[in-house]
Design a protein around this ligand. Sequence first.
Ligand code: AMP
Length: 251
Amino acid sequence: MKVYKTLQDIQTWRKGAGTASVGFVATMGALHAGHAELLKRARRENEKVVLSIFVNPTQFNDPKDLEKYPRTLESDLEIAAAENVDAVWTPDRDQMYPDNYRYKIVETNLSAKWCGAYRPGHFEGMLSVVMKLLQVVSPTRAYFGEKDYQQLLLIQEMARAFFLPFKIVAVPTVREFDGLAMSSRNIRLTPAERELAPRLFNIISKAATPLEATQELTKTGFKVEYVEDYQDRRLAAVWLGHVRLIDNVRL
Ligand code: AMP
């Protein structure tokens, strides 16, 4: 497994891969079994697999969240090696933003709803960095988790809007034994919060309506940002203490 820091090195690797099929998984690190599932899928379906690890500052609306975001490069590289990744790219801010973020990808409808209403600038930062990563890695297939469902929709629609010649593949949410969606932020939950956390999945799965889910979540001790039904999905974001959790289920 090769680990590259610079744009030049990953570009050289990509040229060397030539016409081989390339599967790509973009992450912010702190890898867990959810990310591993994306890598496994990429491994099965492509000749080469690339993983990027970049804690993207432009998608954090809260500087404290950026500061506290877990950084576990050593164990990330162990997981990547175990999943037979060919190349890991760990760029830094200066390489990703040579323009100092003067240019952005802006979506004007879906990104204002749900998480977008509570995290101003988040989806602009996310779409901008995903566009940059895709341009450099130029994958045959790029894998994204359904865990971040609004993100997935926005990336799929961006690919269509800009005629990106990469296939965007959706991977179902990987959960803990008790139903909690795996997330790099889960390790910030206290033991008591961790016990309560799977109720989010449970309640949004069982409630008849978003309103009923909101009431039930509030009673259980969550601070609800939103619960909304969209097409065949129910999406929710809540706070448990200092940790923000999102989840979604198929209706
Ligand atoms: P992250 O680095 O956690 O922001 O996410 C990187 C990629 O992994 C995104 O496509 C996420 O949707 C995906 N991902 C994160 N957690 C999970 C999970 N529990 N199940 C499936 N995919 C996930």
